[in-house]
Design a protein around this ligand. Structure first.
Ligand SMILES: [Fe+2]
Ligand SMILES: [Fe+2]
Length: 121
């Protein structure tokens, strides 16, 4: 999962760069699309792994992922309607959510995941 998390941080950083470069809408939309797709795959993979290791906080963790998916869904819907979120807003959300989620919430299963693989935490 660490490799996934590094990739997510890279995708978020790429979005920040695209913003700073004032990239065109298409480039930004593509970067956001890749971020959403990769995030979704990651959350699904992580949930399977947490089930495998019997993580006691599974239900709560899945709820956090669900809330993320729902926020992303709302942003996508708004983009299609009359109230599109600004790139700044999308970035702030993604940056804050992932930073907290990876550094705080995902850390809660880390020791168990390592121990389950026979590695010392
Ligand atoms: Fe994660
Ligand atoms: Fe997670």
């Amino acid at each position: 999962m660490d490799a996934h998390h590094r990739r997510i941080f890279r995708l978020v950083n790429r979005l920040v760069q695209e913003r700073d470069r004032h990239s065109d809408r298409e480039t930004v939309a593509e970067a956001i699309g890749e971020m959403i797709k990769y995030s979704s795959d990651h959350l699904t993979a992580e949930e399977s792994m947490l089930r495998e290791i019997d993580f006691p906080g599974l239900d709560g963790h899945v709820q956090l992922h669900k809330a993320f998916r729902s926020s992303v869904g709302t942003m996508v819907l708004r983009s299609l309607e009359s109230d599109p979120p600004s790139l700044g807003e999308v970035l702030e959300f993604l940056h804050n959510w992932w930073t907290n989620h990876i550094l705080v919430e995902d850390m809660k299963y880390r020791d168990l995941a390592l121990t389950s693989r026979g590695e010392s935490p």
